[in-house]
Design a protein around this ligand. Structure first.
Ligand code: GLU
Length: 308
């Protein structure tokens, strides 16, 4: 019997979605549905300071509005990362038991950067902070002065290769290119890299489709999943939409889903997305379901898509 294909939507409710998020969601949906697979909706609301209830509501509504459905997940709280702390704590302990975790007393700015998804261009290469080599006494003194550490994972000096379904072979030496990374912040919040890997593993996700800005993270996530005893999913990254040379951000008002919903029907927006990424020859209105039969990654462009 062949394995059930399981994919996921994994948005972070730190803003309204924009056209680029919707394109990645549409392609994720098509990729899974065209294979007869199951779709999970996971709410990546790890960071309490950035996740707003209004965005959480809007994310799910926008997906329904566009016609992208899911089989399990939100609003079941078991699929909200903010409610899965015990699961991440267990994985943390497993990594600790392997001697892979150490406390890091570096600055708050670094900790914040590490806890959100490190999209390309935002990532900070970690040249290896000296916390990894601190003596017990130095740690004791820092603790005594009131400093609370974040927790980092030792990245091995190993080249990990993922065979991306759209961008092909992508390799990265985890220690040299990226380095150690935070898996738990000083305030106790587990970081994106740990949570996403643990969730993909435990939820049985075997196909991950998301924006190309996260391709860089794929080898590290695959390694983390293997280290925790799981099998990494197949990764397939989607092209990004860019405007004025930069990738879209959730702060971009006019291309937010909220604004698009005022001026376009769901099928008009789907048609536009399908045309922009190369899936359709015209931008005629179409439903996601109608795109299923002709869905083929070969048709989809790899370069960033400039919005004019
Ligand atoms: N939650 C992440 C984001 O919205 C995406 C995580 C993923 O797809 O791996 O940027």
């Amino acid at each position: 019997m062949s394995e059930t294909v399981i994919g996921r939507f994994a948005p972070s409710p730190s803003g309204y979605m924009h056209m680029g998020n919707l394109l990645a969601m549409l392609l994720a949906w098509l990729d899974i549905r065209a294979r007869g697979g199951r779709m999970i909706f996971r709410m990546e609301d790890l960071d309490p300071a950035r996740s707003k209830p209004e965005y959480i509501r809007a994310l799910a509504e926008d997906m329904r509005w566009l016609g992208l459905d899911w089989d399990e997940g939100w609003p079941d709280p078991a699929y909200a990362q903010s409610r899965r702390t015990a699961v991440y704590a267990e994985a943390f302990s497993a990594l600790e038991a392997k001697g892979l975790v150490y406390p890091c007393y570096c600055t708050r700015a670094e900790r914040l950067a590490a806890a959100s998804a490190p999209h390309e261009g935002e990532r900070v290469a970690d040249p290896g902070c000296r916390c990894a080599r601190m003596t017990a006494r130095e740690r004791f003194e820092l603790e005594a002065s009131g400093r609370r550490p974040a927790w980092k994972l030792h990245a091995p000096d190993r080249t990990v290769t993922v065979h991306d379904g759209h961008y092909g072979v992508f390799s990265r030496n985890l220690a040299r290119d990226g380095g150690d990374f935070i898996i738990r912040r000083a305030d106790g919040v587990y970081a994106y890299q740990l949570a996403v890997s643990v969730d993909d593993m435990l939820m049985g996700v075997n196909r991950v489709v998301r924006g190309r800005d996260l391709l860089f993270s794929a080898p590290g996530q695959a390694w983390l999943i293997e280290t925790l005893g799981g099998t990494p999913p197949a990764y397939c990254h989607a092209p990004l939409l860019v405007s004025d040379g930069g990738k879209l951000s959730k702060r971009l008002g006019s291309l937010s889903t909220q604004a698009l919903r005022q001026s376009l029907t769901p099928h008009a927006l789907t048609g536009r997305l399908a045309y922009l990424c190369g899936l359709a020859e015209t931008d005629a209105p179409v439903s996601p379901r109608e795109l299923m039969s002709g869905f083929d990654w070969e048709k989809i462009v790899r370069d960033d898509i400039a919005l004019t």
